[in-house]
Design a protein around this ligand. Sequence first.
Ligand code: AMP
Length: 407
Amino acid sequence: MNLNKKTVKDVDLNGKRVIMRVDFNVPLKDGVITDDTRIRAALPTIKYIIENGASLTLLTHLGRPKGEANPEFTVKPAADHLAALLGKDVKFVSDCIGAEAVADAQALKPGQIMCCENTRYHKEEDMKCKGDADKIAAQEAFAAELAKLGDVYVNDAFGTAHRAHASTAVITKFIDKENCVAGFLLDKEIQYLGQAVANPARPFAAIIGGAKVSGKLEVLTALIEKVDTILIGGGMAYTFLKALGHSIGNSLCEDDLLDVAKTTLEKAKTKGVKFLLPVDNIIADDFSNDANTEIVGVEIKDGWLALDIGPKTAELYANEILDAKTVVWNGPMGCFEMPKFADGTMIVCSAVADSDSVSIIGGGDSVAAVNQSGLADKMSHISTGGGASLEFLEGKDLPGVCALTDR
Ligand code: AMP
């Protein structure tokens, strides 16, 4: 996948009508946005476009309305919030295709913005086509309708760049190829992740945690080829410990992956990659912040479960991180949502912040942990796309990136 993509800076925006795919898939509670990070992350590109003589039509999805209009998933709160952040009107349009949307887009004057309703109100947006000619034709027809909204296409939605959806990839078939470009956010994501994968400063350490081995197996396999050190934490550690013959009590385990875990450990050994597992653990007699807890080594007694790495492991991992020059982190070291089991994740987080490394944080829960720690501004790059950053590190092509024009 070529990462040297044209950006908004490479096109003449003056007098143009720009369609920009953003990721305004923000968390909402009772219609109120609880975290506006994704909207703020799009501001530099939005401002650049409207300050350079173009009008702007925004497309986004929110949640999974499954191809039907459903007020629960309206993007209007995001449009209103953007207007408040910019101190400027953002016209909300109740459908992303159709005569009204096209007329509204054409009526925009340079510097004006409109935001269309959820692209996923149409089933064609995220239709799984799998080579089915009728579905491909339906998705292309929908993408062609979207393309009528403008003459320049900007993708700044890294969070959905791993999806070949109508508004993230297929639309580029209906826009002049030279005018399909990356926004600043998407460009920054691919530059950071690309550099880490292609040309990392060494030592290169990957911290991989989270609930399950299954969700991270592909990234582990890919990273073994690239990194010097892998630090394993979270629920996934216990499948590895069990594969090594340790007792893990009621800790999370994927028994069907015990052989895969062994093979992964062997592969790391063959490649000379340091593959570290917890040497001690915080165990609990219940999955609860009120549980009784103990610090133990690698043997976990019956009826108890490990919910965090122990202090020795946290120190061991912190030292590895402090030595590293590139750090990629995906997945917490324990159930950090419960304060009793947050220490391991927070110590690792502090080490990443203190280290003299290029640090890339990807994945919803690691980002939440970094935000919880208050150390977010000490990280080199916090990815806005958990799934997309994982697929990137797995070495997969991201359709939303491939669809853009090479520089
Ligand atoms: P993932 O989405 O795979 O990155 O997993 C994140 C989730 O893993 C978080 O909600 C954590 O609470 C959970 N988690 C981390 N460590 C453990 C553990 N030792 N046992 C059970 N769940 C865990």
